[in-house]
Design a protein around this ligand. Structure first.
Ligand SMILES: C[S@@+](CC[C@H](N)C(=O)[O-])C[C@H]1O[C@@H](n2cnc3c(N)ncnc32)[C@H](O)[C@@H]1O
Length: 239
């Protein structure tokens, strides 16, 4: 099964492709001091909801990189009212970025496109101008399991802040998904994949879509809901 196709099905009904709500994402307007003239790089931008909101309100220059052409189709559909956005259908790793060239570098739910979180932060910090913002959203550990879990679990928020700070940025704000926010995000995936399977019973990927959908759904119920969360870290690069 084509994984890009799976995600196009699972996220066909949503434009924010992470567990944070639109209301909470709007906090980033202040935390990143968004204004005319800023340059923004969005790694794994998907449908680029956040950058499109910013470019509707401000004359920003934004660049989005994503491997899924179906998401970029949505991102490009309507030119923003004030800013200018360019999208590249490419993999983030190896994409040529000049050092210290963006005021804001975003990566929401796509650090794996570069590597482990420390590697992604190093890459992001290098692309950010001194005094600019490094914004990473990722899974965090909220509760340590009482007995060792088989799954590889992410670091908690304190360790994540340490990682951001070791890469030359001071964390100035965090925004976290609530349990209900995360449940809504994952339920969208489950609902969309089951609906798609009912509508496409003869599709060659039918069985695989259903089995991945069930695996992800049970991972959410067994591991994410009791132990994990999702947090955006806003770091200001020193200098
Ligand atoms: C969880 S989604 C987040 C999308 C968007 N940042 C948001 O928060 O709405 C992860 C995104 O990373 C993209 N992605 C996965 N691997 C990638 C890679 N190697 N290079 C660039 N983008 C990648 C996916 O296509 C997807 O759009």
């Amino acid at each position: 099964m084509d994984q890009l196709n799976y995600w196009a099905i699972a996220e066909r009904d949503i434009e924010i492709q992470n567990p944070i709500t639109d209301r909470k994402l709007r906090l980033l307007d202040d935390y990143c001091d968004i204004r005319d003239g800023l340059s923004v790089l969005d790694i794994g931008c998907g449908k680029a909801w956040l950058m499109r909101q910013w470019a509707d309100k401000h004359a920003i220059e934004g660049v989005g990189i994503d491997i899924n052409p179906r998401f970029l189709e949505v991102a490009r559909r309507k030119p923003p009212a004030r800013g200018h956005l360019t999208f590249h259908n490419a993999s983030a790793k190896g994409f040529p970025i000049s050092p210290a060239s963006y005021d804001i570098v975003l990566c929401l739910g796509a650090s794996f496109a570069i590597g482990e979180v420390p590697q992604a932060l190093e890459w992001m910090a290098a692309a950010t101008k001194p005094g600019g913002s490094v914004v990473l959203g990722d899974m965090v550990l909220r509760h340590h399991p009482e007995v060792p879990k088989g799954d590889i679990l992410p670091p908690d928020t304190v360790s994540m802040m340490g990682v951001v700070e070791r890469h030359g940025a001071e964390v100035s704000a965090t925004i976290s998904a609530s349990e209900a926010d995360f449940e809504r995000y994952v339920s969208h995936h489950r609902h969309a994949t089951l609906t798609w399977a009912r509508e496409n019973p003869k599709h060659p990927d039918h069985a695989e879509v259903l089995s991945k959908s069930r695996r992800d759904w049970m991972y959410y119920q067994r591991t994410i809901r009791p132990l994990l969360g999702w947090t955006i870290f806003v770091g200001r690069k020193n200098g």
